[in-house]
Design a protein around this ligand. Structure first.
Ligand code: NDP
Ligand code: CU
Length: 486
């Protein structure tokens, strides 16, 4: 038995063969309770060829037509008696004690507990464990609680297809897994019944892994927006009376977005560098990283996706620039002034290079970021080998960071030539935003030095370990200079 939640197992394909042998007459499933979950589950089971007996406290109260005709509506006792082995408990856990009278009828049956927790930090045992305690002669399987009634009705075409299962009985889990697979779901074995608490709390989480990255992105945006506002709008207004508050809605947002994209992309690669430095400093990989670094390493995908979102929005904003009245006004005015003065705009060779470099690096950087985002999707990542995945996520990721950095630096360079419009304003947020990516790239280059990378590779393969990793703890990783173990 294992309560290791981090390594769920997809239940074996062999279940498929067993599932094919199921016939409706031999496999009546009972459902206790006649609420939403019961109705949806019965529809799905009937569609999959199972016989269904719904047990209610009062059958007369069930509205006509609520359940399919094929579903047998009866008392709780009668429904349990009809069940071959599986009984779904489609009622709230506080009502479990009302079923104690059915204890002998339920003996030897598999009780599927579909309930969820109501609070995150309760010290009480899980609903499934309480159910197992109430019915010691039955076997309890926790599952289906992360599947909504809606998903059950639509037949797993919408919503999650994974059915997480846990139980102390491998046979019972196998039987429920077989049923789940036949209903079009993917059963996933997460261990014994002591994992039920975690399963019951799952529906209470709302994007837990996104909270930190979203907050970071939001704070970065807030910082760059405020900084840009003070330096680019407020100060010119105070110093020169220059009113450019119209820039708040479009320009400032479009200036802040690439800064956020660049810094969050740098934050994707920074924890990896910290980890490498830590391993070099400790001289071993057999020591845990600090919790904050572990958490940061686990959030890299989310940060990367948010970086892509900001970069993509920046791309769309930039494409919309010609639609703005101010752009049209400036262009027409400049053309009119030139015609009036009889002067032609001189060919600016350097300016042309700068603009092309700026646009090209931005488009390429965005393209590679899109590739990184696509490969981070589980369905795409699953068909890549570990090496291919690392090449794309690390190799191409650094290429995207370099191109985005180049895009920003060339923009700053471009801006320096037109800064006479805003004497105070030299895209300050851009100058701030490039600092972190520059530092990340320099550190990465240092790690690529042959002597440093060779040492890191030795540590990561477990060939090297220093005094900080005592022999008593990890005797197999101590080696002498020739590479043989001591
Ligand atoms: N709805 C959903 O999308 C999901 C629900 N679940 C879980 O499924 C379980 C049922 O949820 P749901 O169907 O939505 O709830 P409902 O309130 O719609 O149905 C609960 C049913 O419990 C029965 N029941 C049995 N004993 C009692 C009692 N003493 N007092 C009151 N009712 C009793 C009632 O049926 P009767 O009167 O016929 O006996 C009632 O219809 C819950 O544990 C929930 O957490 C899990 C995942 C998704
Ligand atoms: Cu840009």
């Amino acid at each position: 038995m294992s309560n290791d939640m981090s390594a769920p197992l997809l239940l074996e394909e062999e279940d498929r063969v067993d599932a094919a042998n199921v016939t409706s007459s031999s496999s009546t499933v009972a459902i206790l309770g006649s609420g939403d979950f019961s109705r949806s589950l019965s529809m799905r089971l009937v569609a999959c060829g199972y016989g269904v007996a719904v047990g209610s406290r009062c059958v007369k109260r069930i509205a006509p037509g609520l359940f399919l005709d094929a579903v047998e509506l009866s008392s709780q006792e009668a429904a349990v008696a009809k069940a071959k082995s599986l009984v779904f408990m489609a009622l709230f856990p506080e009502h479990y004690p009302s079923l104690l009278g059915l204890r002998s009828a339920l003996a030897g049956k598999i009780l599927v507990d579909v309930s969820n927790a109501v609070e995150m930090n309760s010290n009480r045992p899980s609903n499934a464990e309480q159910l197992a305690e109430m019915f010691p002669d039955s076997v309890v399987v926790k599952g289906f609680n992360t599947i909504s009634a809606w998903t059950l009705q639509t037949g797993a075409q919408d919503g999650s297809r994974q059915v997480l299962l846990c139980s102390d009985s491998a046979e019972a889990k196998h039987e429920v897994a077989q049923l789940a697979r036949r209903m079009g779901f993917y059963p996933v074995d997460v261990g014994s019944l002591c994992c039920a608490q975690e399963l019951e709390r799952k529906p209470l989480h709302l994007f837990p892994s996104w909270r930190g990255p979203v907050l970071t992105t939001y704070l970065l945006f807030f910082f760059f927006y405020c900084y840009g506002f003070i330096r680019g709008i407020l100060l010119p207004y105070i110093a020169y009376g220059q009113n450019s508050f119209y820039r708040l809605v479009f320009d400032l947002v479009n200036e802040s977005l690439p800064c956020v994209a660049l810094v969050s992309l740098a934050l994707v690669y920074l924890p990896g560098l910290f980890a490498a430095w830590l391993q070099l400093w400790r001289g071993t990989k057999y020591q845990r990283f600090p919790c904050w670094l572990d958490a940061w390493l686990l959030r890299r995908k989310q940060l990367g996706l948010l970086s892509f979102l900001c970069a993509a929005l920046h791309g769309v904003y930039s494409l919309c620039l010609p639609l703005r009245t101010i752009t049209q006004h400036r262009l027409i005015n400049a053309a009119y002034s030139q015609v009036k003065a009889g002067v032609e705009m001189p060919w600016d060779e350097q300016g042309v290079w700068r603009t092309d470099l700026y646009v090209s690096s931005g488009v390429l950087g965005l393209g590679i970021l899109a590739l990184l985002a696509i490969t981070s999707l589980p369905s795409v990542g699953n068909i890549l080998t570990w090496r291919e995945f690392t090449f794309i996520q690390s190799g191409l990721g650094y290429a995207a960071l370099t191109l985005s950095l180049m895009h920003t630096l060339v923009f700053g360079w471009n801006f320096a030539f037109s800064s006479q419009t805003y004497p105070f304003y030299m895209p300050p947020s851009y100058m701030l935003a490039v600092a972190l990516p520059c530092a990340v790239l320099v550190c990465r280059c240092f790690l690529l030095l042959p002597c440093v990378s060779a040492r890191l590779a030795r540590i990561r393969r477990g060939w090297e370990s220093t005094r900080k990793c005592p022999v008593s703890q990890h005797p197999r990783v101590r080696v002498d200079r020739t590479g043989s173990q001591v």
